[in-house]
Ligand binder design. Structure first.
Ligand code: NAP
Ligand code: FE
Length: 358
């Protein structure tokens, strides 16, 4: 059950210093720059100092984090009592995995992915600096293995105890990442709505996510800075998207997106967003009544929803028919394809790849 206590507010960390008392020593997990640029690292270290909690900083988390880095961090932090992830989805997902590797140092890749975790993961605090993945409130960690393949690991033991979001932290995010992380959240909400696991609660979060983000995402077509109000809307919406996928998981759009990130190094949000139109069009063609309920709940026409596609840049990726046939087995019996509302097949994925890249 999702028991994450999520706090969203201006100066949220300094207002909740007491909640950081989860032990005597913390491991802080971040990427190279975002924790400093956003101001979140300063606020967190201040909270730890106020509580006389020692800390170690591990700032080597890369975009699309590798399990290898998480095992390295786990060894460095094995004497720590809890972990604090600061950043976008990459450091937050890494922190969840590091909660496992700190408690089980030197665990190998196979035992990690099979979830043969002998000791309980350490407690987790997450501090978000992007408005996108909603990782703050999910039990999901997306990690890249030693063969450069992305895996999405779901486990209730990886829920954070506390998560903090201060929309001011997202003010330092550049335009490209604001777009790619924001549209990632819309993909979460849309894929979740069109998941075989969707229920009334997840659908409510999906609709809230898109309604909350829509106007400010569209405003990114213009070349102007987003206000704090706009950033707050994007952040709140992204968390709604997180709640939606925590119930349903994502579908084919994300899974095919993983392939584009692995092979063409596209950012996560961009890679998944390339299939947002296909996620919608597949449902309009195959499940028109259910698709209509989506637009009705959003109080939008299909054309209005599709205006969002205008903010997504299209990279010049070409795939030959032979290449598509070679990669297609990857989606046979694939959980995310099966999770797509209706009965999607590998043949449908073939058509989508041909339409987009051939
Ligand atoms: P990210 O990879 O965490 O960050 C993207 C870039 O933005 C990095 O260069 C980062 O810098 C920078 N950045 C982050 N916050 C910033 C800020 N406030 N100011 C300036 N720069 C900032 O991006 P993301 O899209 O949030 O996360 C993507 C990852 O999350 C992928 O691995 C994806 O698979 C995963 N994901 C997880 C879930 C889930 O439920 N757990 C859902 C969807 C996606 P640094 O390198 O310095 O950090
Ligand atoms: Fe995503």
């Amino acid at each position: 059950m999702n028991n994450v206590k999520m706090y969203i507010d201006s100066e949220v960390v300094s207002k909740n210093i007491n909640l950081f008392k989860l032990g005597k020593k913390a491991l802080i997990v971040t990427g190279k720059t975002s924790a400093v640029k956003s101001g979140a690292l300063g606020d967190v270290t201040n909270a730890l100092k106020e509580n006389n909690i020692e800390y170690i900083i591990f700032n080597e988390i890369e975009q699309n984090p590798t399990l290898k880095s998480c095992i390295k961090a786990g060894n460095i932090g094995k004497t720590c009592d809890f972990v604090i992830g600061i950043g976008g989805g990459s450091p937050l997902d890494a922190a969840k995995a590091i909660a496992v590797t700190m408690a089980n140092p030197n665990i190998d890749e196979e035992r990690f992915y099979k979830k043969e975790w002998i000791n309980e993961p350490k407690e987790i605090i997450l501090v978000g600096t992007t408005a996108g993945t909603g990782s703050e409130v999910t039990k999901v960690s997306v990690l890249t293995d030693s063969k450069h393949k992305k895996h999405s690991i779901h486990d209730e033991r990886m829920y954070a105890k506390y998560a903090f979001g201060d929309p001011r932290y997202t003010m330092s995010l550049n335009k490209d990442f604001t777009v790619s992380t924001g549209i990632d959240a819309v993909c979460h909400a849309t894929e979740s709505y069109f998941s075989n696991k969707a229920n009334d609660e997840s659908r409510k979060h999906s609709i809230n996510c898109i309604k909350t983000m829509y106007n400010d995402l569209l405003s990114l077509k213009e070349d102007k800075e987003l206000s704090l109000k706009a950033r707050t809307n994007l952040y709140n919406g992204s968390i709604e998207g997180g709640y939606a996928i925590d119930i349903t998981g994502t579908t084919f759009g994300h899974n095919v997106g993983y392939y584009l990130t692995e092979e063409y190094h596209l950012s996560h949000g961009m890679a998944c967003a390339l299939f947002l139109e296909d996620v919608i069009d597949y449902q309009i063609a195959n499940n028109p009544l259910y698709a209509l309920s989506f637009f009705k709940n959003l109080n939008m026409t299909i054309a209005e929803f599709k205006e969002l596609l205008g903010i997504i840049p299209r990279p010049d990726i070409k795939m030959t028919g032979k290449q598509i046939e070679e990669i297609l087995p990857r989606w046979e019996n694939n959980g995310s394809v099966k999770n797509t509302y209706g009965t999607m097949t590998t043949g449908d994925i073939r058509e989508i790849l041909i339409k987009n890249f051939n």
